[in-house]
Design a binder for this molecule. Structure first.
Ligand code: NAD
Length: 247
């Protein structure tokens, strides 16, 4: 069992989906949890919410510095927040492209910079970035999302190399299908659609024939972020029910 008693954990996107499950799990495991999100759930259940737009990059340094003023350390950073705005390359609008890159890639990179500086001084830290099977596999209409996730996997490797000698381990978790509101596209939950059931469940394209629950992703994040992880860094761990194991 991972124990985070006395540790300070920042989770972005902690108001919903995978981020919410991750924040709740760290709380249950004893951590002080600070969630950076532009939304706040009705019940905070002991999680401290900091309302901000991750696309506003200068605001990130201020938010991290406020956490330091209050708690004096940061042990874990989990970059979960993300957006997906499907568009073909012909229809791609520059503002949607740059929003996707800012939230999914640039915010995690600059949070690694600001929080990483603290972790290096502490000689301890764990960083986990949420990417996706889209970091390596593609589908039409997801250029911006695919670029953001592939970029974040590259940044995970590079930062891991820079921080390894300082006791700071940096990894990524790449989910496949997860039951969250992100699977609702144009008002329809794609995980409930006939085509999803036909292709992925009935035809066994998805070996574990169901989407993941957010807690199943959070548990992998928690291990990577724990003291139990002493030797894994610079890696992307795919957690997709076997989806990418099949060609
Ligand atoms: N759901 C899936 O099937 C799936 C699959 C692979 C990867 N992922 C990745 O997992 C991560 C979490 O996704 P999810 O499914 O939990 O999504 P979600 O929509 O349920 O949660 C995303 C959270 O990010 C926050 N957020 C988005 N933009 C923000 C901004 N500009 N400023 C502050 N907060 C912002 C939202 O408010 C929300 O709380 C994302 O990075 C996503 O790309 C999800």
């Amino acid at each position: 069992m991972n124990n985070f008693t006395g540790q300070v954990v920042i989770v972005t996107g902690g108001a919903n989906g995978i981020g919410r499950a991750t924040a709740e799990l760290f709380l249950e495991l004893g951590a002080q949890v600070i969630a950076f999100d532009r939304e706040q759930p009705e019940s905070d259940a002991g999680i401290e919410y900091v309302l901000l737009d991750l696309g506003n990059l200068p605001g990130l340094e201020v938010a991290v510095s406020n956490v330091m003023k209050k708690y004096g350390r940061v042990d874990v950073l989990v970059n979960v927040a993300g957006v997906s705005i499907p568009n073909t390359i012909i229809e791609l609008e520059s503002d949607k492209y740059f929003t996707t890159l800012d939230v999914n890639l640039h915010a995690p990179v600059f949070l690694m910079k600001h929080v990483g500086a603290i972790m290096v001084k502490q000689s301890y830290g764990r960083i986990v970035n949420l990417t996706s099977i889209h970091g390596k596999l593609s589908e039409p209409t997801s250029t911006a999302y695919d670029v953001s996730k592939a970029g974040l996997e590259a940044a995970t490797r590079t930062v891991a190399l820079e921080f390894a000698e300082h006791g700071v381990l940096v990894n990524a978790v790449a989910p496949g299908f997860v039951s969250t509101r992100m699977s609702i596209v144009n008002g329809q939950d794609e995980l409930e659609s006939d085509w999803f059931k036909e292709i992925y469940i009935k035809n066994k394209r998805l070996p574990i024939a169901r989407p993941a629950f957010p807690i199943e992703i959070a548990q992998v994040i928690a291990w990577l972020a724990s003291h139990s992880n002493t030797y894994m860094t610079g890696q992307t761990l795919t957690v997709d029910g076997g989806l990418s194991a099949r060609f």
